[in-house]
Design a protein around this ligand. Structure first.
Ligand code: PMP
Length: 309
């Protein structure tokens, strides 16, 4: 998925031309991976482009930085404004993906990150469906990874931290090379954690079940939370319960959730067809509700939209 450049990237308070948004090769985060980031989407709505759950994403960014003891030199409000500004100044009328990044810059080396300068960038580009249109319609095949998800006492899985994504990339490559679309990772105790950049749900007897994120070493997903709210409002039961891999094989339906992947049905797990092999009724209903929500079509969820203009 090559990046389609837009015009401006916000760097430490300045709007810089896309081609000039560069950092020094000796920037601290490049070497040791201490940095935090967010992935946010903005969608076209009848009132213009709106960023979905912007404040929640920025709060998670600052919480991630807090865990890593990185002092972000901007307030939550300033970062919200800056992110909206980036969506506004770039030509992204059809919606976009936004990527705020807090990184440790140039000037210090060594494993103590505390003296390193803290820099912030916010970029945006149009990003279509992450796993493909076909994936949204027909579902993806996933493989249980041979890589375990991080133990939360080895690295803080509650933080969306740059270096931790080596784990996700290893699992992704393994899955793709083996002919699957996505990987599901187990936690060190063997229970289901999450996918490489998505949370996972199963449907069992009409209820949604997802692993408890803190126990499972998974990120507290904002899409996961959105789906839970939408489901409960529809009277669908939602439970946080530990799952093992055979729970995925035997589920009535399964899907994954993430800002990039949105709500993508799971067709098969480790070559076992899930349910009928086509997106099931609950998955389809939740997917419709999710897209209607992010596109501002449902009045009761409009507080989640941050209009850019
Ligand atoms: N888990 C991981 C590891 C992720 O990278 C993401 C994407 N941020 C998610 C889950 C889903 O989180 P969200 O719904 O907030 O995008």
């Amino acid at each position: 998925m090559p990046i389609t450049p837009t015009q401006k990237i916000w760097m430490d308070g300045e709007l810089v031309d896309w081609a000039d948004a560069k950092v020094h090769v000796l920037s601290h985060t490049m070497h040791y991976g201490s940095g935090v980031f967010e992935g946010i989407r903005a969608y076209p709505t009848s009132q213009g482009v709106a960023v979905f759950r912007l404040a929640d994403h920025i709060r998670r960014l600052v919480a991630s930085a807090h865990i890593l003891m990185i002092d972000v030199p901007y307030s939550v409000d300033e970062l919200i404004e800056a992110t909206a500004l980036v969506a506004r100044v770039n030509d992204v009328r059809d919606g976009c993906y936004l990527r705020p990044l807090v990184y440790l810059g140039y000037g210090e080396m060594g494993l103590n990150p505390l003296p390193a300068p803290v820099n912030v960038s916010i970029a945006t580009w149009p990003w279509g469906t992450y796993l493909g249109e076909e994936a949204l319609k027909r579902g993806v095949s996933v493989k249980t990874s041979s890589w375990r998800r991080h133990d939360p006492n080895a690295v803080p899985t509650a933080a969306k931290s740059v270096g931790m994504y080596v784990n996700s990339s290893l699992a992704k490559v393994e899955a793709i090379k083996a002919g699957y679309d996505e990987a599901v990772l187990l936690a060190s105790d063997g229970r289901v954690s999450e996918c490489t950049g998505e949370n996972i749900f199963i449907v069992r007897d009409g209820a949604l079940v997802t692993p408890p994120t803190s126990d499972a070493g998974a990120l507290d997903g904002i899409t996961q939370d959105t789906v839970e709210v939408l489901a409960r409002d529809k009277g669908i039961e939602v439970r946080h319960e530990a799952l093992i891999r055979t729970d995925l094989y035997l589920a009535d339906e399964a899907f994954l959730t993430g800002t990039a992947a949105e709500l993508t049905p799971i067709r098969a797990v480790d070559d076992r067809i899930v349910g009928s092999g086509a997106p099931g009724p609950v998955t389809t209903e939740m997917q419709r509700a999710y897209f209607a929500t992010v596109r501002g079509e449902l009045e009761q969820y409009k507080d989640w939209l941050h209009l850019v203009d």
